[in-house]
Design a binder for this molecule. Structure first.
Ligand code: S3P
Length: 473
């Protein structure tokens, strides 16, 4: 059956309002997938390692002298691109199989000049953190990425890096491809991060590693704090103080970082997909073991509980200084819309696409204010989700920094639509989750981007009972 036959008579979603051309896949062969209504989802979902911690493990490992060993590294395209980049800077990065990796680093300030362009693929985290890590070493590096990454703003990182003495030349609007010339005599920096972004904060801290004296980063809203925790773990002197001005992070430059043995926790942002799917598919009962519940990442789970989700944390414990639990999600027939507090946005910024799907199956309105950052992710996520949800029969209102989904309740989401993933893994996965409980199947035009963060998504969801199938383009 073709995409526009039978249940697919609804209009296909067109390109975003703010784009001049139809969205293109950077993959030679797009992988369209169809997700159809399924029976209960049941069993255990062992999701992959945390993407944020995986990038940081490789980068910090490359900035030590000696061998860092990593267990449970996310082997998604984004992280593999960072591994390649670290090799290009002179680190020895070895894949021992089964999620075991090692990095023999070159020390702070020890990066060699790569002899080729650094291609970070789809990864904003990869490129922005690597820019920071090389910015205070006198080498020249050219960065590029896929069509999504080359459309994203880099000025938010190159502006503070310029304060260290780093020079950057890129395309109009601070876009990749872009060449950075690292500072030969870096000076320490005091920087108030103007947007809630862990990538920007982290880029400045990584640059501060090779500057003498103290680099101070102040964030008004707390964002994920993996860089701070891991820098302390690698032996850097770093303090965090909550003040009237915000969260003040002070790093003493030019430390000798000590190699570590790292066990990467499983990614709460990936756990979000089987959890949300279980809440909306009747009869489901899914356990998602060993999920890191760092408070700077766990906002979605609080939000779901406030919406009436049957979601519990079992076996709550502490591992490597971080709270960890097994998440148990069961079908939740009485979900209701809520207002998600704006000050929670940073702790669930990657989870709004799948939350908007859950909101469609709830009764009443879910308001999501304070989410301007969603417009500059792998895609404009408000626009991508709003267009797909509307085409699938759900009312969505939006403004520059807010959006609102009016739920139609369980069993009433029409679906029957083809949506565009726009090179965005989380858009693809969110709509495949919608198809599991909609009245008619949902087709995602290209699910290939899912490999950036959750390469086992399709078999994992199908093992639980989902009906996701690859179809011909
Ligand atoms: C990340 C920070 C967030 C998040 C991204 C991962 C990180 O981006 O969306 O998926 O690992 O630092 P921003 O810094 O742009 O908010």
């Amino acid at each position: 059956m073709g995409a526009r036959d039978g249940p697919f008579a609804r209009t296909a979603v067109s390109g975003g309002a703010n784009t001049k051309e139809p969205f293109m896949s950077s993959h030679a062969t797009p992988i369209p997938m169809m997700s159809s209504a399924c029976g209960p989802l049941q069993g255990q979902a062992h999701v992959p390692g945390d993407k944020s911690i995986s990038h940081r493990s490789l980068i910090l490992g490359a900035m030590c002298i000696g061998e860092t060993r990593i267990t449970g590294l996310l082997e998604g395209d984004d992280v593999l691109d960072t591994a390649k980049a670290m090799r290009a800077f002179g680190a020895e990065v070895t894949d021992h199989g089964g999620g075991q990796w090692s990095v023999r680093g070159v020390g702070v300030g020890g990066f060699a000049e790569p002899d080729h362009v650094i291609d970070c693929g789809n990864s904003g985290t990869g490129v922005r953190l690597i820019m920071g890590a090389m910015a205070t070493t006198p080498i020249t590096v050219t960065f590029t990425g896929d069509a999504s990454l080359n459309g994203r703003p880099m000025g938010r990182v190159t502006d503070p890096l310029a304060l260290f003495g780093t020079r950057a030349v890129g395309r109009a609007g601070g876009r990749l491809p872009m060449t950075l010339v690292g500072a030969a005599g870096p000076v320490p920096v005091r920087y108030v991060v103007p947007v809630p972004s862990a990538q920007v904060k982290s880029a400045v801290l990584l640059a501060g590693l090779n500057a003498p004296g103290q680099t101070v980063v102040i964030e008004k809203e707390a964002t994920r704090d993996h860089t701070e925790r891991m820098l302390q773990g690698f032996g850097a002197t770093l303090t965090v103080e909550d003040t009237d001005e915000g969260r003040v992070i002070t790093l003493t430059g030019q430390p000798e970082l000590q190699p570590q043995d790292i066990v990467v926790p499983r990614d709460p942002s990936s756990a979000a997909f089987p959890v949300c799917a279980a809440l909306i598919v009747p009869g489901s009962d899914v356990l998602v073991p060993n999920i890191g519940l760092n408070p700077t990442r766990a906002g979605l789970f609080t939000t779901l509980q406030e919406m009436g989700a049957d979601l519990t944390f079992e076996n709550l414990r502490s591992e490597g200084g971080e709270p960890v639990a097994d998440l148990r999600a069961r079908f939740s027939p009485d979900l209701r819309g809520i207002t998600v507090p704006a000050d929670r946005a940073a702790s669930m910024i990657d989870e709004y696409p799948v939350l908007s799907v859950v909101a469609a199956f709830a009764q009443g309105v879910t308001d999501m204010p304070g989410v301007k950052e969603l417009r500059v992710k792998e895609s404009d996520r408000i626009d991508a989700m709003a267009q797909g949800l509307r085409a699938a029969g759900v009312t969505v209102d939006e403004g520059p920094d807010w959006w609102r989904v009016t739920g139609v309740g369980h069993g009433h989401v029409p679906g029957g639509v083809t949506v565009q993933s726009r090179l965005d893994h989380r858009i693809a996965m969110a709509f495949l989750v919608m198809g599991m409980a909609a009245q008619n199947p949902v087709i995602v035009d290209d699910a290939a981007p899912i490999t950036t963060s959750f390469p086992i998504f399709e078999p994992l969801m199908n093992d639980l009972g989902a009906q996701i199938a690859r179809i011909s383009a």
